[in-house]
Ligand binder design. Structure first.
Ligand code: AMP
Ligand code: MG
Length: 348
């Protein structure tokens, strides 16, 4: 049996369920962005600052809620993802088919570091558990959760999808980025050309005027940042080992899992921030790069014309070339003693 984590660790983990990219949307506001709105959607806090009106913000929230309930949620029994997980097949609306194909492409391009088929493994670790505690699984449980991945997969073609026995889809690594794409689509349709939308810290920066966003200090508290980026007209996502985790016997177990080992990714990083021109990609790539580590991420980022800021467990900061003129470090990083991740061998 796996080891259950004591409530004190849960409390810590809940407290650390924070925004990855630190955004005080108000601070990013341009003078004509008079509408400010927020809501709770996709299990997280969302904020918007728009050069539009109240109805524009409401239209975005409505679209995000529809996407969550009808397509993406693992908790709503009638969503497409739940249908697929329960019956191993589903008819796909065109947009859902596009997203699944794009995410399969990221899986291939990342050599399997990113996978939307880790639902069983995520359930086992239970970082997203609504009422139960996270669990430290044993090796046999992890091997059992990984086994179906090597025996089957997800087939998407001509408006329908089939899933192999034993697999379960989890879009947790891309859903909030997809939400930012939906926000851009709705706002563009409504002729809103300037604004910021943040969904759980995944950002849409709409419009050609430059803004300064802050990147969270992975060793600090929820309101601490260590650097800024000057950006416009793009999407930004961060994956970090401080978002959902528990510390046990000096080891940090976090929610970004390496599909090769079944354990929390251990590529020497504590956060990766990705900037690119699609929300689905910024979100999926930040997760993939976290698993891959700096060197192995570079070809992946290049392929998608994306840029990144990596923070190592030792506090070392690495930037891709396109961000060097946009990045400013605003405070020193002090690595935490307990942030080492478990060392695991890949399960063959
Ligand atoms: P993010 O915070 O965007 O990096 O996404 C992490 C979430 O995605 C986790 O809570 C899991 O639900 C899921 N996940 C964990 N590891 C992976 C992975 N290697 N590939 C895809 N999804 C993952
Ligand atoms: Mg992600």
């Amino acid at each position: 049996m796996g080891k259950t984590i004591r409530p004190s660790f849960i409390l810590l983990s809940v407290l650390c369920l924070s925004l990855a990219v630190l955004v005080i949307v108000d601070a990013l506001r341009l003078p004509d962005e008079t509408v400010q709105a927020n809501t709770f959607v996709m299990g997280t806090f969302a904020e918007a600052q728009l050069a539009g009106d109240e109805e524009d913000a409401q239209a975005v929230w409505d679209a995000l809620r529809d996407a969550e309930n009808q397509l993406l949620s693992r908790r709503r029994a009638d969503s497409i993802v739940s249908q697929l997980n329960a019956s191993l097949q589903a008819e796909l609306p065109a947009q859902m088919e596009e997203w699944l194909l794009a995410l399969q492409q990221v899986e291939e391009a990342s050599d399997g570091a990113f996978s939307i088929l880790l639902g069983r493994l995520s359930d086992l670790w239970n970082f997203d558990g609504q009422s139960d505690l996270p669990t430290l699984p044993d090796d046999a449980q992890i091997a059992a959760a990984l086994a179906p991945l090597s025996q089957g997969g997800l087939t998407v073609e001509q408006g329908s999808a089939r899933l192999s026995e034993g697999l379960s889809i989890d879009l947790g690594a891309a859903g909030k980025g997809i939400a930012c794409d939906i926000a851009k689509q709705i706002l563009t349709e409504r002729e809103v050309t300037s604004g910021v939308v943040s969904v759980g810290g995944n950002l849409l920066l709409l419009g050609s005027r430059e803004r300064t966003i802050a990147i969270r200090d992975p060793f600090g508290g929820v309101n601490d940042s260590f650097a800024t980026l000057r950006l416009h007209d793009c999407f930004v996502s961060t994956s970090g080992n401080y978002e959902k985790y528990f510390d046990l016997d000096g080891v940090r177990y976090h929610h970004i899992l390496d599909p090769k080992t079944g354990y929390p990714a251990d590529a020497g990083l504590c956060s990766v921030t990705v900037v690119c021109n699609e929300g689905l990609l910024s979100d999926a790539l930040s997760t993939a790069c976290f698993v891959l580590g700096v060197e192995a991420s570079l070809p992946l980022l290049e392929r998608y014309e994306a840029e990144a800021v990596f923070v190592g467990l030792d506090g070392e900061v690495t930037l891709t070339e396109g961000l060097t003129d946009r990045f400013s470090q605003t405070s020193d990083l002090t690595p935490a003693a307990s942030s080492q991740t478990p060392q695991q061998e890949a399960i063959p």
